[in-house]
Design a protein around this ligand. Sequence first.
Ligand SMILES: [Zn+2]
Ligand SMILES: [Zn+2]
Length: 365
Amino acid sequence: MAPSSDLSVPTGSTVDVSVILAGLVTYPASMVIKEPLPGNEILPETPCYSFLIENKAKEKKVLFDLGLVKAWKKKLPPVVLDQIASINGELTIQKDVADHLLEANVPLESIDGIIWSHHHMDHVGDPSLFPSSTSLIVGPGFKSNKMTFPGYPKNPDAIVSDDAYHGREIIELDFPTSSLEIGGFPAIDYFGDGSFFLLYTKGHTHDHLSGLARTSENKFVFLGGDIAHHAGEFRPSPQQPLPDEIHPSPLDKNPFDPQLPPLSVCPGSVIEKLYPRKETHPDYRTTPFYEPNPLMSASQLDALAALEKLQTFDACAKVFVIIAHDVELKDFLPYFPNKINNWDTAGYEPFVKWRFLKDFLQTVA
Ligand SMILES: [Zn+2]
Ligand SMILES: [Zn+2]
């Protein structure tokens, strides 16, 4: 396990972090993953997480991503609706993030900013529901890219609705002016007190940001956005090899006979069988199962470099990595208005960390 000092995080204050489940999406794995394995062709009901970040000392609140928009059929640009239809995608959302906040008596005026990890429809939600005092924070190159700015219909090429921008300040982050680097990523100390950092994690898109929130003195939650869509894109790794044994077992079926009860411990012999390309990967214990689909990356080179850096965060016991659509966490996270600051004592790991291995169960037989 790498200590967090390896990541060179400056010391600082803390923030409260809550997760809002902002919709579910079902889509073919091949859209985001290169060569998905048999039995893992569809990514069913994957969550879209939005995060409320509260800096109590500075009396500031920001949201990191908004997930889906409830009125998606009405609000998404036609080109995005066509894309969803062409992949037989399914979107499920009952409440916008704004609804969740209002139900918990959090006034929308108290939200200082909405940070978009990137401009895809399963992250941008509906900022038009927020007052104009809520600014929008976006990654480098956002305002100069025809796909993102201005929005649709003002700009027919845009895949973001223009009403997201109406009347509000849009802050495009500029990383070259910041000399800070964390874990190899250019970084900005967002509140200026070491409590929440935005990292420039380009690759999936040109404007892609991740967040690093300090949840206690030396513990962090890494908000990964779409840096990966499946945990198998960054696990296992040289810093975090496939374990010899996983207790409790992350497999929900008995790998030897589905009629028998699930195993309480997942033994090494089963874990080894789960790795599908052993013959071609002699270093399979330290190589991720998957690679991102290059067609979904703005730059595959940058996407792979970002995943490699992510592996150091993921192997660090002081960091809890949550990618925007981590389906394995869906049934275990306590959602807003609860906080996840006690993630380190809540015992999610190693159970959820290796739970994605169940996706490869079919290959054992
Ligand atoms: Zn995306
Ligand atoms: Zn996404």
